[in-house]
Design a protein around this ligand. Structure first.
Ligand code: FMN
Length: 170
């Protein structure tokens, strides 16, 4: 991926210091195919949540961009930071609401049909429309940095031990 700039007009970490209502929100479902633009056009792959997980989520939160932890599949027990977009993707004029998770980790393969477990811990910003694809990418890459900083706080790190996730037994 070419070197990208971040949106430096935004704060790089957001309050609060511990998750507050309605968080944490726990979701599980599986990964379904999106429109496939995430990897191709944006260079930012996303895992789309199945309708069951999406329905549970939409009952609890507004559209927008969120952060938290994610675990994928049933063998790999790694828990990764994630950013999630919930809504209509105004830049692409989608007609169906979706929830897409970008896992902050480099994978060699995709995850269609894999199980996905997500804990949403905080809100980053509202969905926006953009004058260009570059401006959208710049804001998503900024969301990634904001999410990493926000999750690197004690009260957020603790959720990696949550019982939603599969843990290796010693
Ligand atoms: C963290 C994050 C933030 C996003 N923010 C926006 C946004 O503000 N506006 C928008 O139109 N789409 C936003 N998107 C959605 C992208 O447009 C979306 O990932 C793209 O449409 C690819 O979807 P597809 O793989 O289903 O084709 C965001 C996606 C992520 C992962």
């Amino acid at each position: 991926m070419p070197e990208r700039r971040l949106n430096t007009s935004r704060p790089m970490v957001l309050p609060p210091d511990a998750p507050t209502t309605p968080f944490p929100i726990r979701l599980s479902g599986h990964v379904v195919k999106g429109f496939g633009r995430g990897s191709k056009e944006l260079g930012i792959p996303t895992a789309n949540l199945s309708d069951d997980a999406l329905k549970a989520l939409c009952e609890e939160i507004e559209t927008g961009i969120y952060y938290g932890w994610v675990q994928l599949g049933d063998k790999d027990t790694a828990i990764h930071p994630m950013v999630m977009s919930v809504g209509w993707n105004p830049y692409y004029h989608n007609e169906k609401k979706s929830a897409e998770v970008h896992v902050i980790h480099q994978f060699e393969h995709d995850f269609y049909n894999a199980q996905i477990r997500v804990i949403v811990l905080g809100y980053i910003r509202a969905e926006q429309n953009y004058p260009s694809l570059d401006a959208l990418i710049e804001d998503i890459l900024t969301d990634v940095e904001v999410a990493k900083n926000c999750l690197d706080r004690k009260a957020y790190l603790e959720y990696k031990q949550d019982e939603l996730f599969v843990h290796v037994k010693n």
